[in-house]
Design a protein around this ligand. Structure first.
Ligand SMILES: Cc1cc2nc3c(=O)[nH]c(=O)nc-3n(C[C@H](O)[C@H](O)[C@H](O)COP(=O)(O)OP(=O)(O)OC[C@H]3O[C@@H](n4cnc5c(N)ncnc54)[C@H](O)[C@@H]3O)c2cc1C
Length: 344
């Protein structure tokens, strides 16, 4: 049984939350979701907020809605369930922006172990990695060598690795390393991610179409300035549809492009379905991708309609920034967090 926490601690905890809740209401009243999203994205990168939130006793139970567990075993069990429901999986060992080489080596070793365990278990899953998790911000050569080792292990198992896309400052280095891995190091089991909110993405997609790349298209989850990214959601959505059609075009498919349409947005999904039907694209030539715990009923409905669906399953203890980005995407999730807290 959990020992009772001291009264002062409980009262102080609730006071902090009520304050945060009041701030939430004020922000929502004046500027709605835009401000709230900016605040949550700021908090996702703030060390003081990480310390505060990760120490909250209830945080772990709320996070379990979006994260499959802390260990490889838990991640593989969640993946097995999804496989049984007809879905493919991408596994993600949580972690980003490591501070030193040791943390980068720990992440590399865990991902290598994960690849071994996927192979041994027979689970249908590939793996996503973040280059900042492998130390690209402290030493690009270190990240390059680690990702080379990871791709080599994945190749042994005929598995694939996707380089997640992080904040805009890392886009050039991520695409650069992707091309080095494919063209210089000779790996064909590596893919990238394109974010529709960036103005540059159309030019990036044009090049990836020529190269016949393996691409995940998402809207983008980081705080970006209006000089680099569409500040208005409707513009990001319009760009998403445009890029999706470029990546599903006949030329793209003939060049070898395989697209992951990564979104929970009904309008984006409907646009992808309409375009694929209009162009008579076979259902095995692209896939829908969604995050673990988000709109599971929609994931299952797509499977029932015969579409390929892949669920991105994160696991590990470094859940804080991932969790905060999920709150920012849908501030209603904040109610879920707060109501759980007040109920305890
Ligand atoms: C498989 C996958 C991989 C991704 N990889 C990356 C990456 O590498 N880099 C990157 O920057 N971003 C990545 N993202 C995140 C992405 O950029 C968006 O931030 C996220 O998917 C929300 O956008 P949306 O397309 O779902 O549309 P939105 O317009 O944000 O959402 C549409 C609807 O989906 C539901 N929804 C969306 N998000 C949530 C949520 N968190 N909780 C509950 N409901 C929600 C809501 O009902 C919402 O109204 C990835 C997303 C997916 C699905």
């Amino acid at each position: 049984m959990r020992p009772d926490r001291p009264l002062l601690y409980r009262v102080a905890g609730k006071a902090i939350f009520l304050l945060a809740f009041t701030l939430f209401l004020i922000l929502f009243y004046y500027n709605g979701e835009i401000w709230l999203r900016a605040v949550l994205l700021y908090l996702s990168a703030a060390a003081w907020a990480r310390t505060l939130v990760t120490q909250l006793p209830l945080a772990r139970s709320v996070v379990r809605r979006f994260v499959a567990g802390e260990s490889i075993d838990e991640a593989l069990s969640a993946s097995q369930v999804l496989n049984q429901q007809g879905m493919l999986v991408t596994l993600d060992y949580l972690g980003e922006s490591v501070n030193n080489r040791d943390e980068a080596f720990i992440a590399r070793d865990e991902i290598l172990r994960l690849l071994d365990r996927i192979y041994q278990s027979g689970v249908q899953a590939n793996v996503s990695v973040k280059l900042s998790q492998l130390g690209i911000k402290i030493d690009p050569d270190l990240a390059r060598e680690s990702v080379r080792q990871i791709l080599s292990r994945a190749q042994q198992y005929e598995n694939r690795i996707r380089l997640d896309m992080e904040e805009s400052a890392l886009v050039d280095s991520t695409l650069g390393l992707y091309r080095w891995l494919r063209d210089e190091a000779g790996f064909h089991n590596v893919g990238v991610v394109i974010q529709a909110y960036l103005y540059r993405s159309e030019a990036d997609v044009r090049r990836l179409v020529e190269e016949g790349a393996w691409v995940r298209l998402c809207k983008g989850a980081y705080a970006e300035p209006p000089e680099l990214a569409f500040p208005v959601k409707a513009d990001t959505d319009a760009n998403y549809v445009k890029l999706m059609e470029m990546l599903l075009s006949q030329t793209a498919r003939q060049n070898g492009v395989y697209l992951g349409v990564a979104t929970h947005d009904e309008k984006m999904i409907a646009a992808a379905k309409a375009y694929s039907q209009q162009e008579q694209i076979p259902l095995d030539q692209f896939e829908f991708q969604m995050l673990y715990g988000i709109r599971p009923e929609m994931q299952q409905a797509l499977v029932a309609e015969g579409y390929r669906v892949r669920v991105y399953v994160p696991y590990g203890t470094a859940w804080y920034p991932y969790f905060m980005r999920r709150l920012a995407e849908r501030p209603a999730n904040l109610w879920f967090f707060i109501s759980n807290f007040l109920r305890r």
